[in-house]
Design a protein around this ligand. Structure first.
Ligand SMILES: C=C1C[C@]23C[C@@]1(O)CC[C@H]2[C@@]12CC[C@H](O)[C@@](C)(C(=O)O1)[C@H]2[C@@H]3C(=O)O
Ligand SMILES: O=C(O)CCC(=O)C(=O)O
Length: 329
């Protein structure tokens, strides 16, 4: 006799009916060595708030080294991961619980605060972490450099006189940046249960720019302007870039902060690493005056990044956090 097992409550909680319109075959590709890169970046940010970068200059060997180190970390027992990194609050090791508002996803992660101090990440002081910490530092410096290059191209493409008008926020030694390593383990598919699983629910990134790299496992989806969700074909040798809420504000809504989510099919293990470049906490978030056309009003109330970040972190996935700061037209 075959006994069909029912999904557990936990499994049912993770199942979401997520409609998509199929693969996104036109992901804008920015070649950093191309003469049209500045204009291409701007049109991708206006249209999608999302693009892929090739010829990015981040060594593949560094990316693979960090992936290996991170997978070594994720293969430890939960108690060891918690002991090494602390239980996420919001920084540290987290498992299935995302943020502090009851959101869940089929993933485990390591969320790290990026500081300018050379000893950052040293709290991972276990003997097995000796090669992990320097690798994290090297990776952050390479992806931050890429973020700076892209923000400079954006400023150029927007016709700004100061090349560093946008990049200065993430170059500031007080920049509130983060690094996140996500591991979406295979899902134990059982008979009678073959749904897609919610890996990381719908959200926008609150920061300025996010530099994302994943292994060759699909799962990332983005929302287009018309509200349709599309699947982003994976590409482990490129970086995917998200415009964050803060960049949407700085450009007075010209650039779109992209809604995205991760759905895992459970069969393979997805691994992603993301550098989030944010402004210093004391920075006032308002459209850059150089970008306002004559007579154009700010679409947003004036607020600080600290204020926005705390409201963004208090909210649940799927909520439009920026809406709170939008002026009624
Ligand atoms: C549920 C949440 C997790 C998050 C904070 C939030 O309340 C809403 C935004 C989430 C997000 C998405 C981008 C980054 O991964 C993150 C670190 C961030 O800055 O905002 C996460 C937050 C988190 O995981 O704590
Ligand atoms: O894992 C991914 O590809 C994206 C995850 C994500 O959006 C996040 O960590 O904020």
């Amino acid at each position: 006799m075959v006994v069909l097992s029912n999904p557990t409550l936990e499994e049912m909680f993770l199942v979401k009916v997520m409609k998509t319109s199929g693969p996104f075959s036109n992901v804008p590709v920015i070649d950093l060595t191309s003469a049209t890169a500045a204009a291409d970046v701007v049109s991708a940010c206006v249209e999608f708030g999302f693009f892929k970068v090739v010829n990015h200059g981040v060594p593949n060997a560094l990316v693979s080294r960090l992936e290996t180190e991170a997978m070594k970390f994720f293969s430890l027992a939960d108690c060891e991961k918690e002991k090494a990194a602390g239980v996420a609050n919001p920084f540290g090791y987290g498992n299935k619980r995302i943020g502090s508002n009851g959101d869940v996803g089929w993933l485990e992660y390591l969320l790290l605060e990026v500081t300018s101090k050379p000893k950052s990440f040293n709290f991972l002081s276990e003997p097995w972490a000796t090669s992990f910490c320097p690798c994290l530092r090297e990776y952050v410096s390479a992806t931050r450099k890429l973020a700076v290059q892209l923000l400079e191209l954006m400023a150029e493409g927007l016709g700004m006189k100061q090349r560093n008008a946008l990049s200065k926020f993430v170059m500031d030694s007080r920049s509130d940046s983060m690094l996140r390593l996500n591991h979406y383990p295979p899902f134990p598919m059982r008979q009678g249960f073959n749904q897609s699983i919610n890996g990381f629910g719908e959200h926008t990134d609150p920061q300025i720019i996010s530099v994302l790299r994943s292994n060759n496992c699909d799962g990332l989806q983005i929302a287009l302007k018309d509200g349709n969700w599309v699947l982003v074909p994976p590409d482990q040798s490129s970086f995917f870039i998200n415009v964050g809420d803060s960049l949407q504000v700085l450009t007075n809504g010209r650039f779109r902060s992209v809604r995205h989510r991760v759905e895992t099919n459970g069969a393979r293990s997805r691994f992603s690493m993301i550098y989030f470049g944010g402004p210093p906490l004391s920075e006032r978030l308002a459209p850059l005056p150089q970008l306002l056309r004559e007579g154009e009003q700010s679409r947003y109330r004036d607020f600080t990044w600290a204020e926005y970040k705390s409201s963004a972190f208090k909210s649940k996935l799927g909520e439009n956090r920026l809406g709170h700061f939008e002026k009624q037209q």
